[in-house]
Design a protein around this ligand. Sequence first.
Ligand SMILES: [Zn+2]
Length: 185
Amino acid sequence: MTNHDSAELAPASVPAYVLTRKRMRSIRMRVDSRTFEVRVSAPMTMPQWRIDAFVASRSEWITDRIAALAAVPEPLEHGPEAERARATLEEWLDILMPLWCAEFDVVPPHVSLRIMRSRWGSCRAATRRISLNLELARRGYEMTEYVLVHELAHLFELNHGPRFYALMDRHLPDWRERKARLGPL
Ligand SMILES: [Zn+2]
């Protein structure tokens, strides 16, 4: 047994959280599914130490929740989920395609949306055909935008050479950050 002062230990063991005070009777907590931020709503008058204690007592749940949210989903199979993914991507592309074709000053290429196992997208510049992986629907709008811009850049530069990256830098300056977040397939 050690005789640590528990009050001294408490701050280190309280997971970081974002607090909102509300007119409510009891404290509530959730993990934001996109940012993984811990969000706590607490009654106006609840003392800070009680909120900290509440969050600390649930640190294991928070860890599990974040792990579950971060877990790579099962690969997409043909079926209803793939069709939902297709509908989502079509909706996003209705916005993204005119925007980016205007940015690159190109006529919209033909796009096919499909399940691909080894890549996020592909581009055949000669036939002006772009394929995007349906998985992108589960990775979000920004990731879809990044891959679309990457494939559109291939209409001008076939290979991943300095001129290709210069194009990416010019049109989508935060592309490296997005690429890192997307990760490999
Ligand atoms: Zn490429």
